[in-house]
Design a protein around this ligand. Structure first.
Ligand code: SF4
Ligand code: SF4
Length: 420
């Protein structure tokens, strides 16, 4: 199967070895994990096994697999056409040298990581895709999609950078329709209203299950580590939707039970930190592992691998395809990515989340060379300060070189938060 996918087997083995070790060291060493995390352990143990086989089987049956890098790719349309969506990871340092051999070093690690996976032939998910969906969000991604299009079929959606004008709304709707047509052409399936309604239900249920897990983290003591919650969010991008939803609802049941029993994973007298900023694609566990390695819990992620993915649902007001497309635009336009301007909704959401999750402080993650999130940190920090919530901005990449320095800074930050 691996050679059929055109994988670089030698490099792929090195990647799997490193991933397995990192997972064992960081996740399995945690104390008092929820029992239902066993499912996610299993998914990781089969990350380049069972799930890839399922995708290959679907392809053999004539179905299509579509890869995406961003929350703006409307997955409901993909499932309505009986295709499968996978989030392509860009969270590994491992693939960056392959990218840097071809594209500038001065790009965010997420972009270099995903491009490196393709040119290095080391990601079986990427190799399984019939089509990759890109989007005009940040400049780095836009320009790299042009290069990606030279080596693999790539479709780029034009995402307006404003939400507050009729022109932006019209463009968004036109892009939604164009994407629908593209998917129909690729799959040979016309998207009918019944199938779209069912796909909206399917993805809404998945988001609701993830939201339940997130809601449970408002409790003190917190019933699940930030590391485990982050993993659940990361896995949501490539697992089978129905299976993932079922297992995540079971995890939420357990967390709610733990909350009733006061069974937490961190001492209630530790400060609670909220994470905000650039996405942490799998297997980027760097900041969470540093923070929680000090016994300080991360209680929420205001991020694309986090609240931005599951907070808003699609809420159709009618049952025609057109009204459902309008509902998709309503929902997708609410994702408050820092590529938007102005982006006041995000500032308000961060402050609101810090309050709801009883965060004593916010750790703001900027991936190196990400100007959008870096500049927006000014407004976020100001708004949090006005509400008495301190923020620590960390500018980092995927390497381990700055781990000690980050640890020292987080330590000083949490000391300051500790009640005297
Ligand atoms: S941060 Fe913005 S560009 Fe990046 S994945 Fe999220 S929505 Fe997409
Ligand atoms: S983290 Fe920033 S620079 Fe990197 S892909 Fe996302 S928006 Fe672009």
């Amino acid at each position: 199967m691996w050679s059929d996918l055109g994988l670089n087997l030698e490099k792929h083995d090195v990647l799997l070895g490193a991933l397995g070790k990192a997972y064992g060291d960081l996740f399995m060493a945690q104390k008092n994990r929820p029992k239902k995390m066993e499912y996610y352990n299993f998914v990781i143990s089969e990350v380049h096994g069972l799930r890839v086989k399922e995708l290959v089987e679907r392809k053999k049956a004539g179905k299509k697999v579509i890869g995406a890098f961003c929350l703006y790719a409307p997955e409901e349309l993909v499932y309505a056409a009986d295709a499968t969506m996978v989030g392509l990871c860009g969270g590994a340092d491992f693939s960056i040298p392959d990218a840097e051999a071809q594209i500038p070093r001065e790009l965010c690690p997420l972009i270099k990581s995903f491009y490196g996976f393709k040119v290095g032939g080391t990601c079986p998910y990427f190799q399984s895709c019939n089509l990759v969906v890109g989007e005009t969000t940040c400049d780095g991604k836009k320009k790299v999609y042009e290069l990606l299009g030279e080596i693999t079929p790539t479709y780029v959606m034009e995402i307006p950078h404003r939400t507050d004008t009729p022109q932006a709304r019209a463009l968004w709707l036109a892009e939604m329709k164009a994407f629908k047509a593209q998917i129909e052409q690729l799959t040979g399936n016309v998207i009918e209203k019944g199938a779209l309604k069912e796909a909206i239900r399917l993805i809404n249920e998945k988001r609701k299950a993830m939201k339940r897990v997130s809601e449970a983290r408002k409790a003190s003591p917190v019933p699940i580590s930030g590391l485990d919650a982050l993993l659940v969010n990361q896995i949501s991008f490539y697992d089978d939707v129905e299976r993932f939803t079922k297992m995540t609802n079971e995890l939420a049941d357990e967390l709610e039970e733990r909350n009733r029993a006061g069974n937490g994973v961190a001492s209630a007298d530790k400060p609670r930190l909220m994470f905000s900023g650039c996405p942490m694609a799998i297997p980027n566990w760097k900041l969470h592992s540093i923070i929680e390695g000090m016994g300080v819990p991360v209680v929420a992620e205001e991020s694309c691998i986090g609240s931005r993915y599951f907070t808003d649902l699609v809420q159709p007001k009618g049952s025609s395809v057109d009204s459902m497309l309008e509902a998709l635009v309503d929902r997708y336009a609410q994702i408050s990515c820092a590529c938007f301007t102005p982006n006041n909704e995000r500032i308000e959401k961060v402050v609101q989340m810090a309050k709801e999750y009883h965060a004593d402080g916010v750790v703001y993650n900027v991936l190196q060379y990400c100007h959008a999130y870096n500049v927006e940190a000014v407004k976020v920090g100001r708004a949090l300060k006005a509400k008495g919530v301190p923020m620590l901005k960390i500018n980092t990449d995927y390497s381990s070189e700055d781990v000690e320095q980050i640890r020292t800074r987080v330590e000083a930050f949490t000391e300051m938060l500790r009640p005297s």
